[in-house]
Write a protein that binds this ligand. Structure first.
Ligand SMILES: [Zn+2]
Length: 70
């Protein structure tokens, strides 16, 4: 079963279905994880930020400037 899945993935990547992140994915500014859901969202100075968990969102809100300065 696992081999079937592996060969399917190989076939798909040969056809151009790569595992690259989609443009619609967001990056959690706190932990750097990719976030594909927009349920946990914060607004800061007109920018939207998305989070993987409520914990990261709280960190961001507590210490926003640390996370938006790059
Ligand atoms: Zn996170």
């Amino acid at each position: 079963m696992e081999n079937r899945i592996k060969s399917l993935i190989k076939k798909l990547s040969r056809l151009g279905f790569s595992v690259k992140p989609k443009n619609s994915d967001h990056v959690d500014p706190v932990c750097g994880m990719k976030v594909s859901s927009d349920l946990l969202k914060a607004d800061y100075q007109g920018e939207n930020y998305f989070f993987c968990s409520d914990h990261c969102k709280q960190q961001f809100e507590k210490d926003t400037e640390t996370y938006i300065l790059k």
